[in-house]
Every structure is written in structure tokens, then in C-alpha cells.
Design a protein around this ligand. Structure first.
Ligand code: C2E
Ligand code: MG
Ligand code: MG
Ligand code: MG
Length: 283
């Protein structure tokens, strides 16, 4: 019976599933080598203050350029990095690079560009030594308060056993701000918003996409903004692509926006050219 079952199971394993398993195996192998091959880089996307149009924040987005696969999307490799635990090493690299980049821009352009870094729940839970090493680096670099923001997702806050509050307190002591990413898409309990010290809510792009035509998205965004402000948080709208969306969000009192309307994510050199050198020249 066991044999028959095994055969049946094997029958369920269609060629396309086999291909997928094969593809995945190679992806994992390549991902393991990506750090030493220096295939990762950081991209930066400006976060615009809606009232003034000023840019003093940017989100850090990881990019993987593989020699034969070409550009691999984080949406494809981050989940694999999480499943295999590779996210710990990769994530630590991102944290370090971002801290150094922030310092470099501070020194070179005499202004703070707050860099906002994505941290996956697994990283938060299991990063161990990497955490204290990063905190030491930040201390050494003396980035000053507000130099770094960490983006986490809602689900993490529901998991009481992960030492999340201790870590968030350590962040606050170190002058690191915290944003709730993709807000509205996770397992939500509004109770955590008062329990934890969160600086920013990032409204997920799925609520922004039809903002102008869909009255329920409109109401939701409006309610999120009012609530966030009452609780002392600022709001960042993600995925803003049109002038109409920008205008509506600004009228609603949304604090910041990020999206293709303003800029795509770009390399450090491009970001510097576009937003740091020009800004200085214009000032
Ligand atoms: P996220 O943190 O929500 O990042 C926003 C995503 O929206 C980015 O995709 C960005 O390129 C994209 N985006 C920005 N503006 C627009 C717009 O106007 N329209 C549309 N349609 N999309 C826009 P990206 O760079 O592909 O990253 C995808 C996700 O991968 C991120 O979502 C984040 O969850 C994850 N990720 C990226 N870098 C890292 C990292 O260093 N560590 C971890 N743990 N996750 C990362
Ligand atoms: Mg993010
Ligand atoms: Mg997001
Ligand atoms: Mg997202």
C-alpha cells in the first residue's frame, strides 16, 4: 500500500512541478553564492514630503543581478532567502551597506537622507549576533537620530514571543525609527498600534491603486490618515503613480508619498545625481 501510495504521489508530481523544483534548487544554489560574487546592490527610491515636495527620506530596495539569470526580482528571491535562512546573512549585508551609505551622504552633502530598510520577520526573530553587530556599527558611524528607519510588517507585532518589544525599545534608544510596511494587508489588530512605538504607517499600494475612482479605498485611506495622526504617527502612501492620487493624498493630509510618479528606485550614484547634487545646486 505504501508503495502504491508512493507511486501515486509520484504521479501527482507533474513535469512542470519537477521543472519548478529543479529551478528552485538552482536558485537556492545561486543565492548562496550571490554575496561572495557581489551580485547584490542597493537601490533607493525617494519618499517625498507632500506638503513641501522635499525629499529627505528614501527606501532601500535590494537588487540581485545574476550573471546569466539577469535581474532577479526581490519578490522572487526574498521568499526563497527566507525559507532557506539565507535572509539572515543577506539582510545583515543590507543593514551594513545602508548604514554606510547613509553616513557617506551625510558627510558628502551635509544633509540627512533617512534610509528606510526592509526587515523580514524571520530576520527580526532570528538575526542573533547580527543585531548587536549592526547596533555597534551605527554607534560607531554616529548617524544621529532619524538617520535610519526600519520597515516591518504587521504580522510580526502579533507574535508576542519574538522579543519584538525589546528590539523596538532598543531601536528607539538608538534613534532608529520604525515604519509598518504594507499597512492594511496583514493580520491586523489595531491594539498593537498603541502598544508599540511606531513612527510611520505605510499604506499599501493596493489601497492607492484605485484611490481616485474607488470610494471605499478613498474612505479607508482617509480613516487610516486620521487614525495615524491621532496616535502620533505619520503616514506614507506607497505606489503613487498619478498626479490625481498625489493631489488627493495631499488634500487628505497624508504626510509622505512614494512611487513611480516621483521616481523609480535607482542606484546610489543615480540617486545622488538626481536628488542630492541637483538639490544642492538648486538651493
Ligand atoms: P516593499 O517594501 O513594499 O517595497 C515597495 C515595492 O513597491 C518595491 O518593489 C518598489 O520598487 C515598488 N514600487 C515603488 N513605487 C511603485 C509604484 O509606483 N508602482 C508600483 N507598482 N510599484 C512600486 P521591489 O523593489 O520589487 O521590492 C518588493 C518587495 O521585496 C518589497 O516590498 C520588500 O517587501 C521586499 N524587499 C526589497 N528589498 C528588501 C530587503 O533588503 N530586505 C527584505 N527583507 N525585503 C526586501
Ligand atoms: Mg518596504
Ligand atoms: Mg510596502
Ligand atoms: Mg510590499
Amino acid at each position: 500500500a505504501a508503495k502504491a501510495q508512493g507511486r501515486n504521489r509520484f504521479n501527482f508530481f507533474t513535469p512542470s512541478m519537477q521543472e519548478y523544483a529543479h529551478f528552485r534548487m538552482h536558485l537556492i544554489q545561486d543565492l548562496r553564492l550571490a554575496l561572495e560574487r557581489q551580485e547584490f546592490s542597493l537601490f533607493f527610491q525617494p519618499i517625498v514630503e507632500l506638503k513641501s515636495g522635499d525629499i529627505h527620506k528614501a527606501e532601500v530596495l535590494l537588487r540581485w543581478q545574476h550573471e546569466t539569470r539577469g535581474y532577479v526580482s526581490p519578490a522572487d528571491f526574498i521568499p526563497v532567502a527566507e525559507e532557506t535562512g539565507l535572509i539572515l546573512e543577506i539582510g545583515a549585508w543590507v543593514l551594513e551597506q545602508a548604514a554606510r551609505q547613509s553616513k557617506e551622504w551625510q558627510q558628502k552633502h551635509e544633509r540627512i537622507v533617512q534610509l528606510s530598510i526592509n526587515k523580514s520577520p524571520i530576520q527580526f526573530r532570528d538575526e542573533g549576533e547580527y543585531f548587536s553587530r549592526w547596533m555597534s556599527l551605527l554607534k560607531e558611524l554616529q548617524l544621529g537620530p532619524g538617520g535610519i528607519c526600519v520597515e516591518i510588517t504587521e504580522g510580526l507585532l502579533l507574535d508576542a514571543a519574538t522579543g519584538v518589544s525589546d528590539k523596538l525599545l532598543a531601536y528607539r534608544d538608538a534613534g532608529i525609527q520604525v515604519a509598518l510596511d504594507d499597512f492594511g494587508t496583514g493580520y491586523s489588530s489595531l491594539a498593537y498600534l498603541k502598544k508599540f512605538d511606531i513612527d510611520y504607517l505605510k499604506i499599501d499600494q493596493s489601497f492607492i491603486r484605485n484611490l481616485v475612482d474607488d470610494s471605499s479605498d478613498h474612505s479607508l485611506c482617509e480613516a487610516i490618515i486620521v487614525m495615524a495622526h491621532k496616535l502620533g504617527m505619520k503616514v506614507i502612501a506607497e505606489g503613487v503613480e498619478s498626479e490625481d492620487q498625489r493631489e488627493l493624498l495631499r488634500a487628505m493630509g497624508c504626510d509622505y508619498a512614494q512611487g513611480y510618479l516621483f521616481s523609480r528606485p535607482m542606484s546610489a550614484a543615480e540617486f545622488e545625481q538626481e536628488f542630492l547634487l541637483d538639490a544642492k545646486a538648486n538651493a
